[in-house]
Design a protein around this ligand. Structure first.
Ligand code: 13P
Ligand code: SF4
Length: 329
C-alpha cells in the first residue's frame, strides 16, 4: 500500500508496497505518460536496465534534444537534467532525486567565475557540460569529454581560450591539441580519488590488463593509462579490444555496461587512495529504482528554470551540438 506525506515540493511516499513489480510499473507508467528514461552510465544497474537510452553526457544531451516524449525522467545528476530542460523547455523534466548534484559543477560558482572571465576579456569560454546553467550562460561553447578536443580544435589556433571547470580534462585537452588554455581550478571528487601507487600494484597482479581512464582523472593516473576517453569511448574501446582484462579508472557504474557488453572480459575497478567505495559517485547514487518509479508516478521532483537563464544557457549548448553534428560525433 502506498502512503503519502505532503512535502514542500510535492508528495513523497513513506513506503512502497514491497510486492510491487517496479520494472513492470515503470514500464506501464512510461507508456501511460509518454515518458522516456535517459540514464547515465554511472547510475545503478537496475536503473540502467530500465532506461530507454544509456549514454555519456554528449549522447544524453543529443537524445534529449530529439525526443518526442512529453516527459523526460533524467536518471543522472542536476546539471544533466538542467541541460535537458534547457534544450526542451516545453517538456516536463523529472530528476528522481533533486539533491543529486555534482562536486565538479559546485567547484565553479557563477559569481567567482564571472570575475575570472572579466579578467580575461579577449578569451573565448569553453565550459565542460558538468557545470550549472549559470556558468553555461557565461559560456561561448559547451563541450563534453567526448568532443572537448574537437571543439577546441574547431577554433582558430591563435584564439585565446578559458576552459572551465575541470582542470584535469582541460590539461589533457591541452596536451592532445598542443594549445595553451587558461584553466579554472575545478575537479571531480570521484576521479581525483584514484591512487597511482595502488594502480601500479594492481598492474603487477594483472600484467596483461590495460588501464583505461576518464580524462577527469589526475595527471599521475592518466600518465599510466593505455587509453583515455569519455565513458562511451572507454566502453567501446573495451568491447573492440582483443585484450581480456581492463583496469577501469572512472566511476564504478560503467562496469555494469562493460560486463554486459563483453561478458567474456574482466573489468577491475581502479582502487581509490583509501578503503572507502569512493569511486561510486555519491550524487549519481542518490537515484534509486524506487525514486524513478515515484517520480514517474507523482511527476515530481520537476526541474524548473527561469526562461531568461534558459535562453542564455541554450546558445552554447546548441553550438556544441552543431559542431558535433558537423564532425559526425
Ligand atoms: P562523460 O559522460 O562525458 O563520460 O563524463 C562523465 C561524468 O563525469 C559525468 O558526470
Ligand atoms: Fe560530478 Fe564527478 Fe559525480 Fe560526474 S562523477 S556527477 S563529475 S561528482
Amino acid at each position: 500500500m502506498l502512503t503519502v506525506d505532503v512535502l514542500k515540493n510535492g508528495y513523497a511516499p513513506k513506503s512502497i508496497d514491497p510486492s510491487l513489480d517496479l520494472f513492470a510499473e515503470i514500464a506501464r507508467l512510461k507508456k501511460e505518460k509518454n515518458a522516456i528514461i535517459l540514464a547515465h552510465y554511472y547510475q545503478d544497474s537496475d536503473i540502467q536496465d530500465i532506461a530507454d537510452y544509456i549514454g555519456d553526457s554528449l549522447g544524453l544531451s543529443q537524445q534529449a534534444a530529439k525526443t518526442k516524449a512529453d516527459v523526460i525522467v533524467f536518471a543522472g545528476v542536476h546539471f544533466m537534467a538542467e541541460t535537458a530542460k534547457i534544450l526542451c523547455p516545453d517538456k516536463k523534466v523529472l530528476l528522481p532525486d533533486l539533491r543529486a548534484g555534482c562536486s565538479l559543477a559546485e567547484s565553479c560558482p557563477a559569481d567567482r567565475f564571472e570575475l575570472f572571465k572579466n579578467a580575461h576579456p579577449d578569451h573565448i569560454v569553453i565550459s565542460y557540460i558538468n557545470c550549472t546553467a549559470e556558468i553555461k550562460a557565461l559560456t561561448d561553447i559547451i563541450c563534453t569529454s567526448s568532443n572537448a578536443v574537437q571543439i577546441v580544435e574547431s577554433l582558430p589556433k591563435n584564439q585565446k581560450i578559458i576552459f572551465a571547470p575541470d582542470k584535469n580534462l582541460g590539461r589533457w585537452v591541452m596536451q592532445k591539441t598542443g594549445r595553451d588554455m587558461v584553466l579554472w581550478d575545478g575537479a571531480c571528487m570521484v576521479h581525483e580519488i584514484f591512487s597511482r601507487e595502488k594502480i601500479l600494484r594492481l598492474q603487477q597482479r594483472y600484467p596483461n590488463a590495460l588501464l583505461i581512464a576518464h580524462p577527469e582523472c589526475e595527471q599521475p593516473v592518466l600518465e599510466l593509462a593505455d587509453f583515455i576517453g569519455s565513458t562511451t569511448a572507454l566502453l567501446n574501446f573495451a568491447i573492440k579490444s582483443d585484450k581480456k582484462e581492463f583496469i577501469v579508472a572512472t566511476e564504478s557504474g560503467i562496469l555494469h555496461q562493460m560486463s554486459k557488453s563483453a561478458p567474456d572480459k574482466t573489468f577491475i575497478p581502479a582502487p581509490p587512495n583509501n578503503s572507502c567505495a569512493c569511486n561510486d559517485c555519491p550524487h549519481m547514487k542518490l537515484n534509486t529504482l524506487e525514486k524513478v518509479y515515484l517520480c514517474l508516478l507523482q511527476e515530481t521532483p520537476e526541474l524548473l528554470m527561469e526562461e531568461e537563464l534558459r535562453r542564455k544557457a541554450e546558445t552554447p549548448i546548441r553550438r556544441m551540438l552543431e559542431i558535433s553534428a558537423t564532425l559526425g560525433l
